[in-house]
Design a protein around this ligand. Sequence first.
Ligand SMILES: Cc1ncc(COP(=O)(O)O)c(C=O)c1O
Length: 382
Amino acid sequence: MIDQATRLNHVEEYYFSTKLQEVRALEASGKPIVNLGIGSPDLPPPPQVLAGLNQAMVNPGAHQYQPYRGTADFRKAIQEFYKNFYGVDLNSDSEILPLMGSKEGIAHISMAFLNEGDEVLIPNPGYPTYSSVTKLFGAKPVYYNLEEERSWQPDLEELEKRDLTNVKLMWVNYPHMPTGASGSEDLFRNLIAFAKKHKILIVNDNPYSFILNENPKSILKEEGAMDVVLELNSLSKSFNMAGWRIGMLCGSEKNINSVLKVKSNMDSGMFFPIQAGAATALRLPVGWFSSQNEIYARRKENMLKLSAALGCTSSKDQTGMFIWAKAPEGFTSEGFVDFLLHEHSIFIAPGFIFGSQGEGYVRFSLCATEEKIQTALKRIKP
Ligand SMILES: Cc1ncc(COP(=O)(O)O)c(C=O)c1O
């Protein structure tokens, strides 16, 4: 028998990959499960995007290898998008790297910048991929706690008291998943000053800025950001294109080139029609986001009712496509999720999967129709 690489010893299978098997088995046994667990948009992509993809299929050269840096037109569309929606000026030739989703970027950035033993600051709670990828590359996750009392904002004063000598990279994710907290300009400026002082590369993972968020922001807008910050962005949530696997990385030419060194050895460009369709999406007027947000706002209203009916406490003031809520007294997050699944056939995500600070909380996904949310509500409050 061949042993797996030792780097896999500290990485576990993704919670959802095993839990969803249980959910599917319950469905197969006839249970009418309402799945409010996963953040995969159920709404369709913009119709213009599908037309753009189809037209691109018959383009001569569409089926050949594409440039490692992405097509010039897609990079131009990203440049326009950053200018129009965030007020950030980027050079489309050197400061933008198209990606197969931001999850890919998390791995490539880690590979490009981390040596074995380097420390990486990771939000707790936070997206689990930051720590699993850090461990895969032999670096060490060092968690910074986010707390409800501090509106889920990092405590940079507390971090300053730590020995940060070996910290090379810090993951930041505002609007934040799973808590729905927003990041302010002040926070971004403080983070940049912190990164400069301690020679840390900050990566802001920014896939949720257009969902139920009045004021989409990019950390790259702040002065001095390009020296110490990279930003990941994605079409998965903003344009309902999660399955397309398309996103982007923006930052200084030097940092982008380091990531390109990794990426150009891992894949051979992205399918041309996907990049063409994605370029169409990024050029849509703001009305696209308003139409999506009307739907998400109605879902959120119903989800808050469901959360309250279940005895959970949640703030109305959350951005993104989830409702983060405190589970009722006496339940662990996993215990509450299992109780709901088995007693009411409703599946939601337990907070512990996002880190120890998520214990006691649960996450409801807005990627479900109003009808489904109301079905769940009727089961709790007939
Ligand atoms: C915080 C965060 N970052 C990144 C991703 C991955 O996005 P993408 O589909 O662009 O890889 C997700 C998806 O759930 C996420 O929640």
